[in-house]
Design a protein around this ligand. Structure first.
Ligand code: SAH
Length: 254
């Protein structure tokens, strides 16, 4: 039996040009691709490759399925969008590995990085993450809402730029409106916000507004939201404005 393996791979934000050569090579060697339906749909079918699309809510089952296939000698790529280590399948796979049979620990498991949504969005807009920043998943599927609010408050207090994934949670449609309220209280109406939707796809749309004009409807499940720090600013120019955060904070800043 040939040696099986699992590669947990990031497909980037959407564009083929943003898939790394390492991921392309793993897909070319794979016998099986496992993942959420729209991500598996991004992999071209070919003879000898079996595609296993599944629903989003079955991450741990999907991970166990992939590990089982590899234990049978198959070469398995588990696909995520963006980077597989950012709110995605890599951690789900390791949670499953940790709780699973000891024999799984002998498997060849690799994580292949991808370009995560916030980096693709930041690059399109300029460099809003050019100084210290944090990333917060606003979905409360896997953590209580009070944890999200506490992290928001403290990140605002620390004056981080913030990238928000999953801004509109199906389970809590009013959640993002509350996030904007907390941020307006903590950062003021002038703080700049980037709404970056479907970055690197034909539907890409970027919008920069001050917090005072931001509304929950500006985001959907394909949007990553970046809130600047107090230093983040805009350079206006005819070709479209540039949003960036300078690399330094003055010595006398609190
Ligand atoms: N692993 C992924 C994130 C998965 S969570 C990554 O590293 O990018 C899904 C969230 O990612 C979405 O709700 C959205 O906030 C963000 N996202 C994914 N692709 C995106 C894109 N092309 N443009 C904007 N945001 C995106």
């Amino acid at each position: 039996m040939s040696a099986g393996w699992v590669a947990v791979a990031g497909l980037g934000p959407g564009s083929e040009a943003l898939v790394t050569p390492e991921v392309t090579a793993a897909l070319a060697e794979a016998t099986d691709v496992v993942g959420y339906i729209p991500y598996v749909a991004r992999v071209a079918p070919r003879p000898g490759l079996t595609l296993h699309p599944s629903d989003n809510r079955v991450e741990l089952d999907r991970a166990a399925f992939a590990l089982d296939l590899a234990a049978q000698g198959r070469r398995v790529v588990v696909v995520s969008s963006g980077d597989p280590g950012v709110f995605a399948m890599a951690s789900a796979l390791f949670e499953t590995l940790e709780a699973g049979p000891v024999s799984w620990r002998d498997l060849d498991i690799r994580v292949l990085p991808g370009i995560t949504a916030m980096l693709a969005a930041a690059a399109r807009a300029g460099a809003p993450l050019g100084h210290d920043f944090c990333a917060i998943n606003l979905s409360d599927n896997l953590k209580p809402w009070n944890v999200i609010e506490k992290r928001l408050q403290l990140a605002a207090e620390a004056d981080f730029a913030m990238a928000f994934y999953n801004p509109r949670s199906r389970a809590r449609p009013e959640g993002f409106a509350r996030v904007l309220e907390v941020l307006r209280d903590a950062c003021g109406d002038e703080r700049l916000v980037l709404f970056a939707c479907a970055v690197s796809t034909p539907e890409e749309m970027l919008r920069i507004v001050p917090l005072g004009q931001a509304s929950a409807e500006m985001a959907d499940m394909r949007t990553v939201v970046i809130v600047g720090s107090s230093r983040t600013r805009v350079i206006e120019r005819p070709g479209g404005s540039i949003l960036y955060t300078p690399r330094s904070v003055p010595k006398d800043a609190a």
